[in-house]
Ligand binder design. Sequence first.
Ligand code: SF4
Length: 491
Amino acid sequence: MNNVSLSKSRYCRALQCNKMLWMDINKKEEAVDKASENVLENGIKVGELARNYFGKFVNIEYNKELSKMVYDTEEYIKLAPNIITEASFVYDNNFCSVDILKNDLDGIEIYEVKSSCDLKDIYIDDVSYQMYILKSLDYKIKKVNVMYLNNKYIRKGKLDLKQLFKIEDVTEIATSKQEEIKEKIKEIDEYMKTEEEPEEEISIKCFNPYPCAYFEHCTRNLPKKNVFSISKMSTNKKIELYNKGIYSYEDLLKEDLSWRYHQQVETDLNNETIIKKEEIREFMSKLTYPIYFLDFETYMTPIPEYDGTWPYEQIPFQYSLHYIEHENGELKHKEYLAQSGIDPRREITERLVEDIPKDVCVTAYNMSFEKTRIKELANLFEDLREHLLNIYDNIVDLMIPFSKRMYYTKDMQGSYSIKFVLPALFPNDPELNYHNLPVVHNGAEAMNIFANLGNYPKKEQEKIREGLLKYCKLDTYAMVKVWEKLKEVIK
Ligand code: SF4
């Protein structure tokens, strides 16, 4: 029997990097947690829905005593044919629960359910490990499958599970991995006996298939600003440079790299600020009064909630709009926040065309996001299409002076995201500090909290709604401040 008890997730983590599992067991406190709670919740929701795919099923309830789950599974397996969810098995101290097990008289089919819209290699490894355990226990395996979401499915009326889920038969590849798995388990067992923290080379495995939470720990001996701090450079390129021994900003300067990377490094080392006044002036000439500053918040769910929506469609539920009608005019504000639990698309569209007149200049920061949402709404509501397309055509991207490096400071750290640009332009301004907001501090939080708003008590819902309004309002207020800053530097 091996010493370390594996589960399917532990096996997959060690497959990505043995040290990752070693750290989980011995130095968990070093993890900078990157797993989003929302991803976990989505997984649970999709998993629960998928259980109904084959009709009636029996579920093995979770029990701290895994032996109880294993015992219950054995009992139900005797009652073939049936469908068992969370069927649990142990072989040689290695445990697994099968999401859906189709227990036929002539053998077993394994289904691993994923809340993703594509089939990743790691999912095949996951289900291959389950096959290994069941085969080792002498079960006859007929088929091994990964079940995941079909992003082409558009809901019409009642959810159609046969259309919502795709099933990929991976029996052949899982069978071919069986010997490899046996060897890998032995290797993991040996590795976990190491008492001293093992050394592992930084490589692509630190990012793929999942970003490793121990990356900061494992790179702690590199210079504080290093090759991995370069913004917008592909991970493969960073690893290539790292493997050549190029770690520090000084090392990077000697390399033949794109001007963007060199600029990030040089401005950092020399503490320079770049302001290309003529280019900014030309950009600013496109921003005319009346001027509107628009920002949407969206949420998405793996299971489409409304007719005409698909898995992970971005549903706009909120916007903030600052506007100034003429030069030296007053800064005004309008906003919209949907009620939770209703399809917000019609109402938000009606409000948007009410709030933004035709033929006005609209700015967005990273406009492709806002433009895509407006196009989607225009395709949905024929009667408002013309007005929406007029707004669409008049959007100017306020990000351009920063993405084109017309204005750049070292504090932007190579990024042109508003989350870097804003503190770089207005350091220590508490009014523009997202950390000072009471409830929601970033787009991901807004998305998650709105998607689950109905689950909070009524009183708390009010506080959250206020928090959402404050957050979104700051987004467009920040845009106004950025625009004012640009005006100031070209004076
Ligand atoms: S950062 Fe890389 S080397 Fe370190 S534990 Fe994670 S995957 Fe392994």
